[in-house]
Write a protein that binds this ligand. Structure first.
Ligand SMILES: [Fe+2]
Length: 350
């Protein structure tokens, strides 16, 4: 018999599969942190610009000498950009490059002026102090943010896993539909990091409202009465209310609330139709149906890929958004099978 602890562990996916939240930290940070390449480009361009101004206004007694002095102070800009986005070791490399320019200037332009050279060396020391302090502080802040983000993800995971303790299999189902929804999102060209994270999180938490449904209904082996069916249909509202106070889950909440809506307006709880249903929920509907049909149920065996394709295609424009359905039809069996295999699901051809 499977214990609760074993079931929680089983939510981590099949053998060899990545943990459910693997990669999402980097992706969500990526929404506001420029890529390494863009940061490196900003460092190179600012160094070139500052050097051009600095060397185009030579040292010495002339009316533009103040520009020369100001440009020299601006060497702090590429160093701080590097400290913020390129890490400690690359900041040291950038500071070494700036130091080489500085030393060249000290040796060639101020030969014989020991007092000025001493002053310039003092400026260089300031740059090194700023580089080391700023890069180490940014590194600390980055690690703290990553820890906070990871604990946030783990809390969400625990929330979803808590339902699995009551209704065994829900956790694995949530993991699978999340991966299927992301596969559909890829084919639809939905590549924004924030949109993908919202879709993944909403799909993972879609049934979390079932926590508020009593065991006598949730685990009832036989057919449900009308009253019981009405009770279980409250779970999208319950789930949306449960996570409604978490600001970062605003978009995911929409998916949780609308995951039983149908494209033709016959779904619940609002009876929304067409594009009034959030895109994430329209994508989820196909992923959810695919998972339901490709896994064994107490009343039937899993259907083959060909049968599943035909069943889903038959509901184009009724249950499913035609655009999402077209994307579904363009994904090969091999692609579906490779995702399913991570969770131990074998997708038969016929
Ligand atoms: Fe549901």
């Amino acid at each position: 018999m499977t214990t609760g602890a074993q079931r929680l562990v089983s939510l981590e996916g099949g053998a060899g599969s990545p943990p459910p939240w693997s990669g999402y930290i980097r992706r969500s940070f990526g929404a506001w942190i420029p890529s390494q390449r863009r940061a490196a480009l900003a460092v190179a361009l600012s160094t070139l610009l500052v050097s051009f101004i600095h060397f185009a206004t030579p040292a010495g007694p002339h009316e533009w000498h103040w520009v020369h002095l100001a440009a020299q102070k601006l060497y702090l800009v590429p160093i701080l950009v590097a400290a913020a986005w390129l890490g400690v070791s690359r900041t040291i490399l950038v500071t070494l490059a700036v130091s080489a320019l500085f030393v060249l200037h000290i040796v060639t332009d101020w030969r014989g002026y020991e007092m000025v050279q001493a002053d310039q060396i003092g400026d260089l020391v300031n740059l090194w102090v700023a580089a080391l302090v700023a890069s180490l502080l940014f590194q600390r802040i980055g690690r703290s943010l990553e820890r906070i983000h990871r604990s946030h993800e783990e809390t969400l995971h625990a929330l979803a896993a808590s339902l699995d303790l009551r209704e065994h299999g829900t956790g694995q189902h949530s993991c699978r539909v999340r991966e299927y929804a992301l596969l559909l999102a890829d084919r639809l060209g939905l590549c924004g990091e924030a949109a993908r994270w919202n879709l993944a999180t909403g799909a993972f938490l879609h049934d979390v409202g079932k926590i508020g449904v009593s065991d006598s209904i949730l685990l009832k082996p036989g057919a449900l009465t009308d009253v019981e069916r009405a009770e279980i249909k409250r779970h999208p509202d319950l789930g949306a209310a449960l996570i409604g106070g978490i600001e970062s889950l605003g978009e995911a909440r929409e998916l949780v609330l609308c995951h039983h809506e149908r494209y033709d307006g016959t779904g619940y709880p609002r009876g929304l139709a067409g594009e009034a249903i959030p895109l994430g929920a329209r994508i989820f509907a196909v992923a959810d149906a695919f998972d339901a049909m490709t896994t064994d149920r107490p009343y039937r065996r899993a259907l083959s890929f060909r049968e599943v394709r035909a069943s889903i295609a038959a509901e184009r424009g009724t249950h499913f958004d035609p655009v999402v359905l077209d994307a579904f039809m363009h994904i090969s069996r091999a692609e579906w099978a490779s995702v399913a295999a991570r969770y131990g699901i074998v997708l038969a051809e016929t």
